[in-house]
Design a protein around this ligand. Structure first.
Ligand code: BES
Ligand code: MN
Ligand code: ZN
Length: 506
């Protein structure tokens, strides 16, 4: 898909489809007003006869609108003007994109960038508001056109013909800030596609070796990226007894993948992103129940989001250094698998009593987090589908955010707010730590049912004392279940926006 920004009122434009918004009660947006005037009130007439009510996310496709140079006009309901905020804008942009893709139009001109979105620096009049509208529309375009049909013998749905999208501006002029927002949004969207594809691939395809190959392929494509893959024997030398205990039951070899992006100065300390890469989580000897176990192929979505974010950083040429670290293996039961009660020694030297082999994410992450210190990171963020308890706490709307520094937490929350890929700040208080006390080792790997996502974060915090660190529990947000089953590409938008903000603040 190709995107561009163009100035000019709708009446003079030629395109396969022009898209304008209508508020509830028949209030026309500026672009709709221009079209209405041009067409001798074709839109007002539709409103008068009750066919066009402006209900949120409703669409109406018109042909042969008098005097326009566009083959089609797509009207999008925006809902009540006084309720028009970020969420409403996003829903309407998605509805518009879906309706557009159902037409035969090859190109479209969207007048959505200057809509008055509440709380977004008044999008109507400020460049940052318009930039926000444009990026959300780009994300909506990618999201609604995403298909994962490469494993079907023949594709089910027709391919989308829409290939060119222009954002029309009536009053504002295209400028560097808007162009930058467009480039960034495309990079984020493409990063999400990569993350979704990897997430959706089944466990028999997307193995640790496959993830390693993906990292190597990315490094081949971008000069600014360098991939390194450590094998089990290397991890053994490093003393990663905790990580290796998880892979013991699997026939697939574990990998520790690092992908380094160099966009900043040589001496600049990198931001490390550590992603959980369990390519299938059966639970191990503490076997999970059968229902929906297939969804545990998504247990590498943290890793996928790291790869997606690094691809985005490389495509944008961000002036920043970033290192992605991905511990990856399967969690399987077998005669060689780790047993409940086993005690292992982590790379940090701390010993861990494994009381439940299904709490494996923290076991691979703790060694990867210890390893991360070798890069002398400025900041470390880990991303993991870590706990079912986080899904109970926050549902499928917000990712859980934990940090040992409040300022970092605020920066990540803000990046999530900006991109509508939101997180919620959870406590990491001392009072929860005793739940991890063990009679036989330095700690145990589970903390009981109470506050399950918090004690998981507490476990990780014992390995991250040397640097500024945050943990994102994406168990509820990385994929959707049921009829719409599929990876979401989250939290690529949050992570990438955080990196953009960091690069801008330098
Ligand atoms: N990958 C799971 C977490 C998970 C479960 C994510 C369901 C999304 C949906 C993780 O490895 C796990 O099994 N966690 C256990 C921890 C428990 C044994 C302390 C859980 O949440 O049940
Ligand atoms: Mn598990
Ligand atoms: Zn898991």
């Amino acid at each position: 898909m190709e995107f561009s920004i163009k100035q000019g009122s709708p009446e003079k434009q030629r395109s396969g489809c022009v898209v304008v918004g209508i508020f509830e009660g028949g209030k026309l947006s500026d672009a709709a007003q221009a079209l209405d005037k041009l067409s001798k009130h074709a839109l007002s007439d539709l409103i008068a006869c009750g066919d066009l009510r402006g209900k949120a996310a409703a669409t109406l496709l018109l042909h042969n609108v008098p005097n326009t140079l566009c083959k089609r006009v797509l009207l999008v309901g925006l809902g009540k003007r006084e309720e028009f905020g970020a969420r409403q804008y996003r829903d309407c942009a998605r509805a518009a994109m879906r309706a557009l893709q159902a037409t035969g139009a090859k190109d479209a001109l969207l007048y959505l960038a200057e809509l008055p979105v509440a709380g977004r620096d008044s999008a109507a009049s400020t460049s940052s508001g318009q930039a926000w509208c444009i990026s959300q529309a780009v994300l909506a375009a990618y999201e609604t056109s995403y298909r994962f049909d490469r494993l079907k013998s023949k594709p089910e749905k027709e391919k989308v013909t829409l290939s060119k999208i222009q954002f029309g501006l009536i009053t504002a002029k295209p400028n560097a800030a808007l162009e930058a927002a467009l480039t960034q949004a495309v990079a984020i969207a493409r990063g999400m596609v990569l993350a979704k594809d990897l997430g959706n691939l089944p466990g028999n395809v997307c193995t640790p070796s496959y993830l390693a190959q993906q990292a190597i392929a990315l490094a081949k494509k971008h000069k600014s990226l360098k991939a390194t893959v450590l094998e089990e024997k290397d991890m053994k030398k490093l003393g990663m007894g905790s990580l290796l205990s998880v892979t013991r039951g699997s026939a697939e070899p574990a990998k520790l993948i690092t992908l380094e992006y160099r966009g900043g100065e040589l001496k600049q300390k990198p931001i490390a992103l550590v992603g959980k890469g369990i390519t299938f989580d059966s639970g191990g000897i503490s076997l999970k129940p059968g229902a929906e176990m297939d969804e545990m192929k998504y247990d590498m979505c943290g890793a996928a989001s790291v790869l997606g974010t690094l691809q985005a950083a490389a495509e944008m040429g961000l002036k920043l250094n970033v290192v992605g670290i991905i511990p990856s293996c399967d969690n399987m039961p077998s005669g060689t698998a780790t047993k409940p009660g086993d005690i292992v020694t982590s790379m940090s030297g701390q010993t861990i009593e494994i009381l439940n082999t299904d709490a494996e994410g923290r076991l691979i992450l703790c060694d990867a987090l210890t390893y991360a210190a070798r890069f002398e990171p400025d900041t470390v963020v880990d991303i993991a589908t870590l706990t079912g308890a986080c899904v109970i706490a926050l549902g499928h709307v917000a990712s859980g955010l934990f940090s040992n520094q409040d300022k970092l937490a605020q920066e990540l929350l803000a990046a999530g707010e900006q991109t509508q890929d939101r997180a919620w700040h959870m406590p990491l208080w001392e009072e929860y730590q005793p739940q991890l006390d063990s009679n036989f080792a330095d700690m145990q790997n589970i903390g009981g049912r109470a506050g399950g996502s918090i004690t998981a974060a507490c476990f990780l915090s014992r390995f991250t004392k040397k640097y500024r660190w945050a943990h994102l529990d994406i168990a509820g947000t990385a994929w959707k279940s049921g009829k719409e089953k599929g990876a979401t590409g989250r939290p690529v938008p949050l992570l990438t926006q955080y990196l953009i903000n960091r690069a801008n603040s330098k």
